[in-house]
Design a protein around this ligand. Structure first.
Ligand SMILES: [Zn+2]
Length: 282
């Protein structure tokens, strides 16, 4: 009886050591907080997954000029645990649209510079041991240079990449939460504001929005058939009467949670499929 108890005790004590460690068992989930000595033990043993938020500084009507940085980081902070991923320090300066860059707080990194820059950042992540890289992009202008950089790296290293445009993934969530038709988000509008104010209600400036008026701060649709420099508004609504800011924090929280879930599930499915196909090669 006593012998059985001792064996049982040994099993119970060694069980946690045998269990696979997760990022949530670690001290930090932000890559930059570790020493390299510790990081070398974490990647790839605990995880080979990393999230890189990318954005820029750009005028967004009554919403924060840092929206494109705030949104991807807000989403990354909500999914790292589910994805068992570390978060890399974000890239906060990107290829800002020239048409909105003349307003205060907008900073432009030229497209070709951005491509080389993000290529080097991603290369460093792959070299660190990350094999599954999720880029949450907060800014449309970054998309093409990022796609080119990740394509080059994938071909060179075979590392797996997924880039998310939050304004396109999960269109249906707007209908679910706000009862508006599912369509691509505008710019500095309802959806972008929601992903900001779920972090801090003051990231959408209600006073300014009401002072200048929603139809003056914003305008419907993209420029089609002509080009304007500068743009005629720094908020773009997706359609007539739609996309106006809603300052309801509860709805914003629901919208952000659902958007984050969708991104996490898509990334996890991608990893599962990458692993499945990899196993077929053996
Ligand atoms: Zn934006």
């Amino acid at each position: 009886m006593r012998k059985t108890l001792v064996i049982l005790l040994i099993i119970l004590l060694t069980l946690p050591l045998l269990a696979q460690k997760k990022v949530s068992d670690l001290k930090f989930h932000n890559l930059q907080n570790y020493s390299w000595l510790r990081l070398a033990k974490i990647v790839p043993e605990v995880t080979d997954r990393v999230i890189l938020p990318t954005g820029t500084l750009e005028s967004h009507g009554a919403v924060a000029v840092g929206s494109d940085n705030i949104v991807p980081l807000n989403l990354a902070e909500r999914i790292w645990k589910k994805c068992n991923a570390l978060i890399a320090p974000p890239i906060n300066y990107g290829y800002t649209g020239i048409s909105v860059s003349e307003f205060p707080g907008s900073i432009v990194v030229r497209e070709e510079i951005f491509e080389e820059y993000i290529y080097d950042v991603l290369k460093g992540l792959v070299k660190t041991g990350f094999n599954n890289i999720l880029i949450i992009d907060g800014h449309g202008g970054n998309k093409e240079p990022t796609k080119r950089a990740m394509t080059r790296l994938h071909l060179e290293t075979q590392a797996n990449f997924m880039m998310v445009d939050w304004w396109k993934i999960g269109w249906d969530i707007t209908k679910e939460v706000y009862g508006q038709p599912a369509q691509q988000s505008g710019h500095g509008d309802l959806e972008e504001a929601a992903l900001n104010i779920s972090l801090n209600p003051d990231f959408a400036d209600r006073e300014m929005y009401e002072k200048y008026g929603k139809d003056k701060v914003g305008r419907v649709g993209a420029e089609e058939g002509f080009t304007l420099l500068p743009a005629w508004a720094t908020t773009r609504y997706p359609a007539k009467g739609l996309g106006y800011l809603d300052f309801d924090v509860k709805k914003a929280e629901e919208y952000t949670t659902k958007k984050a879930e969708r991104i996490a599930d898509t990334f996890l499915e991608a990893i599962q499929r990458w692993e499945m196909m990899e196993s077929w090669k053996k």
